[in-house]
Every structure is written in C-alpha cells, then in structure tokens.
Design a protein around this ligand. Sequence first.
Ligand code: PMP
Length: 303
Amino acid sequence: MLVDNVYQLIGRTPLLKINIQVPKHSRIYAKLEMFNPGGSVKDRLGMALIQRGRAIGAIKENTTIIEPTAGNTGIGVALAAQQYQLPVKLVVPEKFSFEKQVLMRALGAQVINTPAEQGITGAIKKAQALHEEISNSYVPLQFQNPANPDVYYRTLGPEIIQDLGNQQIDAFVAGSGSGGTFVGTTRALQEKYPAMKAVTVEPEGSILNGGPEHPHRIEGIGVEFVPPFFKQIHVDQVKTISDDTAFQYVDWLAKNMGLFAGSSSGAALAASLQLAEDLPEKSTIVTVFPDSSERYLSKHIYD
Ligand code: PMP
C-alpha cells in the first residue's frame, strides 16, 4: 500500500473476531482502533473537528486550536491541525497518562495541565478562559460538537457493516467518554438493523448508572455529566465495569490474542461478555477497542 501522507491512514481499521468462549455460542467482534496513525479512535474525530471548523469559518489561517481532552482526542487534533499548520493548545487534567501527553507534544502541541481533582469539567473551564485571552482562537469542544458523533456515523458504522458483509448485528457495545463513538456508530448501525441493542460501558466511579463518582484507573471512558449526544438515540443498557475486571481482560488479550489493548478495550470486552448472557443464542455483538496498552505502560497496565 502506497500512501502520500499519514492522514490518509485514518479509518478503515480491522475488525477482529475475539477468540474467547462467549456465553450462548454468541460471537464478539472488535474494531481495532489502535491501528489509526495517532493510535486511537479519536484520530477520526481530530480530523473531523478541524475540517468542520474550517468549513464553518471558525478556523482561518493561524487560528489557535484549544481543546480540553483526556488525551486521545488531543493527539487526534494535534495530528489533524499539523496538516494545516495550526498552533494547538491541549488542556489535560493531570491524572491522564504521561505517554499521551508526550505524544501530543511530539506532534507540536502545547500541553496545559489542570488539577486532577477538577476532572474534565476543570479542563473545559480552562479551555474557555484561554479562548477569551487568545485572539483568533477556536475551541472545537468535542463534548458538544455535532462533528463528533457525525464522524462515527459516517465512518465507523458503515465500515462495520461492510466488514461483516451485511451479517446481522444484534448488539453494539461501546464505552462513553464524550459519547461520540457510541452514539454516532449506533445511529449508523440501527439504520440498517433497527432491532439492534445499544449498550454503553462506563467504569465504576462514573455516574451513568447512578453510582457514586470516584477516581478509576480505566482511562478514556467514564463521565461526570450525561453526554448531550445521548439525546440522539435510545440507550438500552449501561454496563458498569470495575478496574480489576477491565485490567483482567487487558491481560487476557495480550496473553491469548497477541493484542495490546488499552483499559477501555478491556472494559468493552468484559461488558460484551456480560451482555451475551442476556441475549438469545448465537447473537452477534460488535464492540470497539479504542486504543493500545502501549500508551499506559507508565500506569503499570500489566502489573
Ligand atoms: N476509550 C479511550 C481510550 C478514549 O480515549 C476515548 C475518548 N475519550 C473513549 C474510549 C471514548 O470515546 P468517546 O469520547 O467517543 O465516548
């Protein structure tokens, strides 16, 4: 495969059949988003946010892009902004992985840390304050930008349908941070399979199932507020997964399938296996593995 630039490599990731004993002889397939050039599902979003910003006239020459992010969206935005030589400032709560912050800087972005205890809400406030200070700046704001679910509706969903050669899909399982991946992909898949169940995944410590808010080791998913995009679909179920369970499957994937999957992938697999118990025999479940474990080695992901 000959390509002209790295940006062309975003999307069209492989769909892997997970070789694990699934309850009721069902099947689980996972979209391997670590194969994007920036290493995560959020490369798709980074490019979409920059392109939409340009299309609506919010991004002009030399506009400073400012975005609050847990990390992967920051890498995606930095990658996309580079193509248009735009300066980038990423606001990242301190708790998120060192590797992701190093990669953002490697791509030319400036990283601004906010206190861990203020969570993503603190990062959003700081991004808005920077926007007021810096003239010719733009905050795409993944948490409410329609380009977020839309890019998954346009790319990830149709790719899955194509990967499976129009084989019926009974359930789609995906973690939610901003909710963009889950909502956009669900919309695309339910257009073709209206009876498909839409199940999202959160770590213990996230608020969707009403549990108390507390820190967790799983990165990239978990919310402090219900994602506004959830209004676009019917959420059939929320699976809440513990850190220990997610990390157990991260380990299982490396040992048994040769796959370096991040903790939100471990949580997605755990939730898919739990869901299989409630579905009819021989169901087809599709999930998303958003990134690789390699960006969490400093967080002792395999220890
Ligand atoms: N997993 C990881 C590792 C992520 O970085 C993200 C994005 N924060 C997600 C899952 C969730 O994606 P979304 O924001 O589309 O809900």
